[in-house]
Ligand binder design. Structure first.
Ligand SMILES: Cc1cc2nc3c(=O)[nH]c(=O)nc-3n(C[C@H](O)[C@H](O)[C@H](O)COP(=O)(O)O)c2cc1C
Length: 486
């Protein structure tokens, strides 16, 4: 396992993985071969076992374990499963001592209680802030914030850029981001917004170890975000109002009035009906084009079907590259003791340690606002489906991740503002935040000794001046003074 800058997060300890990248529990698609490959890489995988019989759960769990893996999970969906089957699934999961279970859709406190009582870590995927709060109250130990960009069943209508910071601010358990994430730079942005890690569905469906049918995988390679659609067409076996994001097809345009009894495929003798939520799997035959071709809005970045190892390796390399490189020893190499020494008054010249940490926190919070405002400013009101984060966001995110490291080493916690201004005020607020960062840097830099923190902040100053658009709105801060000092 390579040493990525994201390794060893608290959430990794809870899940038992090295790197905070999680394979979504994709029903049918995420079987033992894919989970084993993801686990072997050092990431974490959920077996997608929605509505699967107990015998299949036992077989898949045994297969993952016989590949030598212990830290993995199972995904089930209480609301989409007949009660008797659900109870037997939960019995089996407990008997098998599966360490982690992910649940989705309506919050089932009975299932959560049973899993928690058995010592199982419960992860809940949610689509709104209210649901995240309810899931945490019910006992969930990790929350997955699923944006509207997600492939498969989509719980809420909120874009990830708005949902994620809201959920992070509303719960005290670790939050993972999901929905349309396919580039490593997406991971950098999600983590800059407070996620502890990310969940990948579609990006890992297009791998050689996934159980998806090659037809579906080829369609993913050809598709773009705008080819995806959120539809109620595929609904069999699910509660009402359960939209799915799929690739647009003849079926998504005709609606659900056509004959539901029509059989369009089969799997081991089991008929696959038109409008079924089953997506094409290796074990199926039939009219694949009429089935549910699940895809998230990150699909445009998937250019080929590759091994899980290659997909995850490239993804994490890209994510790591989003963090600016320092010319000298990287900041992660600094020990907390060393950083504390640098903040100590004896070494500080003029600035008091509290002034430094206050300024650092202000700069980090303002950069965080700049990131959110930049994402909001590049969104349009009548948007076509598109990936969750625009490319302009990733350099800003990289700097925030560096600031996170500085704040962690200085043992201070960033308190984020979660409210966004009205649409009409975004440009003005963006301009105000730019000015605040420039001003804070211009005030702080001359008062710091020549240490690595100074070096990082000086480089941030250059980035802010060169890469961010010049402030152009009204501001309470004297811009010319801030500009001149940088
Ligand atoms: C093929 C497919 C099947 C899915 N099946 C499930 C499922 O059984 N249970 C679940 O909790 N989520 C399921 N999801 C949703 C994922 O948990 C996750 O939210 C989604 O994959 C994230 O978006 P992305 O696909 O753009 O990465 C599925 C997604 C896909 C693409």
């Amino acid at each position: 396992m390579r040493d990525y800058p994201f390794n060893g997060r608290a959430v990794c300890e809870m899940l038992g993985c090295a790197v905070p990248v999680v394979l979504a529990g994709m029903g049918g698609v995420a079987r033992s071969e894919l989970v084993s490959a993801v686990t072997a890489f050092g990431a974490f995988g959920f077996l997608g076992m929605v509505r699967e019989p107990v015998a299949l759960i036992e077989r898949e769990v045994t297969r993952v374990r016989s590949s030598g893996h212990r830290a993995f999970g199972v995904n089930i969906i209480p609301a989409a499963t007949d009660r008797a089957l659900l109870d037997s699934q939960v019995d089996a999961i407990i008997a098998l001592q599966v360490p982690v279970v992910e649940l989705f859709w309506d919050i089932d406190t009975h299932v959560i209680d049973r899993l928690r009582d058995a010592g199982i870590v419960v992860v809940y995927q949610v689509g709104s802030i209210g649901e995240a709060i309810a899931a945490e109250r019910a006992g969930a130990q990790i929350i997955v914030a699923q944006g509207v960009e997600a492939g498969g069943h989509v719980r809420g209508l909120t874009p990830l850029r708005n949902l994620l910071p809201g959920v992070v601010g509303a719960v005290s358990v670790p939050v993972l981001a999901a929905g349309g994430l396919a580039l490593g730079t997406d991971m950098a942005v999600a983590m800059a917004m407070g996620a502890e890690g990310v969940v990948l569905g579609t990006a890992l469906m297009a791998t050689s170890e996934a159980y998806a049918h090659p037809y579906h995988q080829e369609r993913l390679v050809e598709a773009d975000a705008a080819d995806t659609v959120l539809t109620g067409s595929f609904h069999i076996n699910w509660p009402p109002n359960a939209p799915v994001r799929v690739l647009r097809s003849a079926i998504t345009t005709i609606g659900a009035e056509a004959a539901e009894s029509k059989v369009i495929g089969e799997e081991d003798g089991r008929p696959i009906h038109l409008f079924s939520t089953d997506s094409p799997l290796r074990s199926m035959t039939g009219d694949y084009a009429s089935m549910a071709l699940y895809a998230g809005t990150g699909v445009g970045s998937i250019e080929s079907v590759v091994s899980t190892d290659v997909r995850l390796g490239n993804f994490l390399k890209q994510a790591a590259e989003a963090i600016p490189k320092l010319p000298v020893a990287p900041i992660v190499a600094s020990s907390p003791v060393c950083m504390a020494g640098e903040l100590c008054g004896d070494y500080m010249g003029h600035a008091e340690p509290e002034d430094v940490t206050d300024a650092l926190l202000d700069i980090a919070a303002d950069m965080h606002e700049i990131l959110r405002l930049t994402l909001a400013a590049t969104a349009d009101d009548f948007e076509l489906p598109r990936p969750p984060f625009q490319p302009a966001a990733s350099p800003i995110a990289g700097w925030i991740l560096l600031l996170h490291q500085l704040c962690a080493e200085a043992q201070v916690r960033i308190d984020y503002n979660l409210a966004l201004p009205p649409r009409s005020d975004i440009a003005l607020e963006l301009s105000r935040r730019h000015t605040l960062v420039r001003h804070a840097l211009a005030t702080l830099l001359p008062r710091l000794p020549d240490n690595r923190m100074r070096q990082v902040l000086a480089m941030l100053g250059s980035f802010v001046v060169a890469a961010l658009p010049k402030p152009n709105g009204r501001s309470s801060v004297d811009e010319s003074q801030a500009e001149a000092s940088l």
